[in-house]
Structures are given as structure tokens and as C-alpha cells.
Design a binder for this molecule. Structure first.
Ligand code: ATP
Length: 248
């Protein structure tokens, strides 16, 4: 199983947000995508998920089917007003096996209960999702990933507006996922979290600044280069010569 980016360029109105990015994610490990604001991190994740179309280059998913991939967007992009319960939402992680309108089986209900227990929300199954705190809601979304049994897990700033205890518990879950050989790719802003839980890092500033083992990537020199690159393009983002619009 591997996930490789081949010379990937993704633009909005021809302004590249991700520019000629190539490399391979470490299989069965956790990689952090780290970089300044506007560096293209979310754009890259959405492109890997197939939500944005690249102008050029490709995302090569060898050995992963679509059903193996879980994607957690930023909480701000999720509509929580739907009148569904915690267990209903977690059960949507089973839709690959149940079909969109299929009945959840007894075994499926057991998986939902196990997933809720694993994220510390055993007694929350019947709670409406709009009656949860940000931290509790993030636990529910991680439980959904557990029921899906995803092999490739993409997380966009999963700990934004999440309390310290929940962050710690979910980071431990990410550690456990690696022990199970799952590939985790997460956009993060917290340097200490990256160093403690993510053996690999892609430092992105529209282009790859560095990509490899976290200790060798997050050096003062590389971080300075990433900040300088960001300052440069924010003044005047160039129009890429590659034609096409990024939005799928
Ligand atoms: N829908 C869009 N339409 C036009 N431009 C966009 C759109 N989404 C993002 N951009 C621009 O693309 C660039 C990369 O944005 P992206 O959200 O991928 O960065 P990021 O690294 O995730 O940023 P942050 O850390 O601030 O969340 C930014 O300049 C942003 O303004």
C-alpha cells in the first residue's frame, strides 16, 4: 500500500496553492503536514481525497480502495445542525458494508458501541450531535473512523478548538493506529504534538520545503525557509503557467 504525489499542482483561479509537489507518504506511519497559514495544507488533503482536481500531476493510491480512506475536514466545514444522534453518525462509518440506506446489523451496532467506548463516549449514543461540545464531537468523528476501519486516515487540523484532555486521548489513538499499521496524515499547527506523535513530517510552503523524519525536517533553518517562502508569495502570488481551474 502506498500513497505517492507526482509533481502535483493545484490552483484556485490559476493561482497555485500547491505547486509541483512530489513525494511518498510513509506507509503504516503518521505524517504531519506542517507549514505557515495559507501554505496549501488543506488544499493538498482535499486533493488527495479527490475533492479537488489537480491542474497537473497526480495522486497515486496503490493498494488503497476508496473505502479504505477516511477524511476528517476541519470542524468549521461540518454542518452539525442535522437532527441525528451520536450513534447514527458513528454508524455512517459502516455504509460501505450496509449501503447508504441499509439496516445496521447486530454486529454493526456492536462495532458502533465499541468505537464509542474506545473514545470515552460509552453513554453518549442517544445524544443529538448538536448537543455536544467541540471536544466530544471530535471524539465522535474519531469513533466514526474506527467503525469504518479505514487504512488511510486524513485529518485536517483535528485538534482545533478541542480541549487538552481530548487532544491527548485522540493523539494516543493515532499512536495506536500506527501500531496497527494504519497510515495517518494530519494537518497540524502544534510543533510539540508533531514532534511527540508524528515520526514523519511534510513541511509545506506551497512547495515542499522538507519531507522526511520529523527531527530532520523541523529544523530552525527549514522553518525559517518555510516562513520566508510564505512571506514572499503572500505579497504577490504568481499565476501558474499550468492552465486550468483547481476546483473539481
Ligand atoms: N476555495 C478557495 N478559493 C480560492 N482560494 C482558496 C480557496 N481555498 C483556499 N484558497 C487559497 O489557497 C491558499 C492555500 O489555502 P489552504 O487552505 O490550502 O492553506 P492552509 O495551509 O491549509 O492554511 P491554514 O493553515 O491557514 O488553514 C491560500 O492562499 C488560500 O487563500
Amino acid at each position: 500500500m502506498s500513497l505517492r504525489l507526482n509533481n502535483l499542482t493545484v490552483s484556485y483561479q490559476r493561482h497555485p496553492a500547491v505547486h509541483h509537489v512530489s513525494g511518498q507518504f510513509a506507509p503504516g506511519r503518521a505524517t504531519a503536514i506542517f507549514g505557515p497559514n495559507g501554505a496549501g495544507k488543506s488544499t493538498l488533503l482535499k486533493t488527495m481525497m479527490g475533492l479537488l482536481k489537480p491542474d497537473s500531476g497526480s495522486v497515486e493510491l496503490a493498494g488503497f480502495a476508496r473505502r479504505d480512506i477516511a477524511y476528517l475536514p476541519q470542524q468549521s466545514e461540518i454542518d452539525r445542525s442535522l437532527p441525528v444522534s451520536v450513534s447514527d453518525l458513528v454508524a455512517t462509518g459502516l455504509w460501505h458494508s450496509t449501503g447508504l440506506f441499509g439496516q445496521v446489523t447486530h454486529a454493526g451496532r456492536g462495532r458502533v458501541a465499541d468505537a464509542l467506548a474506545a473514545v470515552g463516549l460509552k453513554d453518549f449514543a442517544a445524544r443529538p450531535i448538536n448537543a455536544l461540545s467541540s471536544g466530544q464531537f471530535q471524539r465522535v468523528l474519531f469513533a466514526r473512523i474506527l467503525t469504518q476501519d479505514a487504512r488511510l486516515i486524513l485529518l485536517d487540523e483535528p485538534f482545533n478548538a478541542v480541549d487538552a484532555r481530548t487532544t491527548f486521548d485522540l493523539l494516543e489513538l493515532i499512536r495506536h493506529w500506527q501500531e496497527e499499521g494504519r497510515t495517518v496524515i494530519a494537518v497540524l499547527h502544534d510543533y510539540e504534538q508533531v514532534r511527540a506523535y508524528f515520526p514523519h513530517t511534510l513541511l509545506l510552503a506551497r512547495e515542499v520545503v522538507a519531507w522526511g523524519e520529523t527531527a530532520s525536517v523541523l529544523t530552525d533553518d527549514n522553518l525559517r525557509r518555510a516562513a520566508q517562502t510564505a512571506a514572499h508569495w503572500q505579497d504577490r502570488a504568481p499565476v501558474c503557467t499550468v492552465s486550468g481551474e483547481g476546483t473539481a
